[in-house]
Design a protein. Sequence first.
Length: 380
Amino acid sequence: MHEKSLSDFAKNKLRALENKNLRRKPQSTVRLASGMINRGNKNLISFACNDYLGLTQHKKVKAAAIQAIEKYGTGSGASRMITGSNPLYSELERALANYHNTEAALIFSSGYLTNLGIIQALIGANDLVVFDEFSHASLIDGVKISRANFLRYAHNDIKNCAEIFSKKRAKSENAMLISEHVFSMEGTRAPISGLAEIAKAHQAWFLIDDAHGFAILEKPQKTADLWVGTLSKTLASIGGYVCAKREIIDYLQTAVRPGIYSTALPPSALATALTALEIIKSDAELTKLPLKNAKKFCAALNLPEPESPIVPLIIGDIEKTFLMSAELQEEGFFVSAIRPPTVKTARLRFTFSASHNSEQIEKLSTAVKILQKKYELNNE
Ligand SMILES: *Cc1c(COP(=O)(O)O)cnc(C)c1O
């Protein structure tokens, strides 16, 4: 029907989402120091943030950002291809490459744009991409716009992954295997060395997205061709990056569209990440705290020992999930309710950070236990 107005189109879409409880609406929220947020005039302890080490509020990190603004101004003016790269780019790229034990690194404006851009630049219509079914949307979108043939394997299932390659690899020119190190909605970790063997056996390029594992879990062995990460989580800033051999990075610099056609990051974002990385390298104890805190919570609730600081509590029913999240909020805890299509089964998702203390975690586990009884959930 051509006479339908754009407003009617939008209203119909919203109504359909509301009927399914799927409309999304972010609320005005202020993040405070020590893992707290303020929402609706109420202070809440946040178990929802990716600022794993609390470095967005660190004195030295903030000072570095302010200093970079004083020195270089706020924005960067244009794409790196047009106005060139601020010297902080090469400094941070060198530091990230060193951290991942690779020859070189390249920074983009977000983790999302990194995946979107690099997959599209490396893979095309005659190629095959095989990836974990729970892969992040940025990886899936990158694969889709590459126009490659793609297949998903069951979550962390090495056997299923190998079967797909055995059946499909011969028909395609190049191939890529993609996995995350830590899966952002499951909290599980990938069997990286097993996947690397499959990639090698089938001559596939291996990409690992380490957005959630970086700096807070032990480093996986150097087994991937491409390490993707973000500056926006543990590194307390905004931006994304890929690490690889020098010639691969040199090619990507000239080929990745979001790198060419989007404005460079503000220098303050680079200074932030650089300083955060220095703190990470100098304070090994700090980096262990998020996982330690997740373990305390799981022990208190008799949940299996977590593999990462991300702990999902599967609920299933979307409405119940929201009610539980709302009740936790009443009790002073901010915990996100994650629902389809982001995940297959609705859940509460807890992320633990170095900012949480034992008392906060104890209070949270007590509140969750009460809700589990009320909503008749068991831990299985
Ligand atoms: C968060 C995340 C991204 C996106 O990074 P941004 O910098 O937030 O755009 C990409 N991949 C994974 C696995 C992530 O968890």
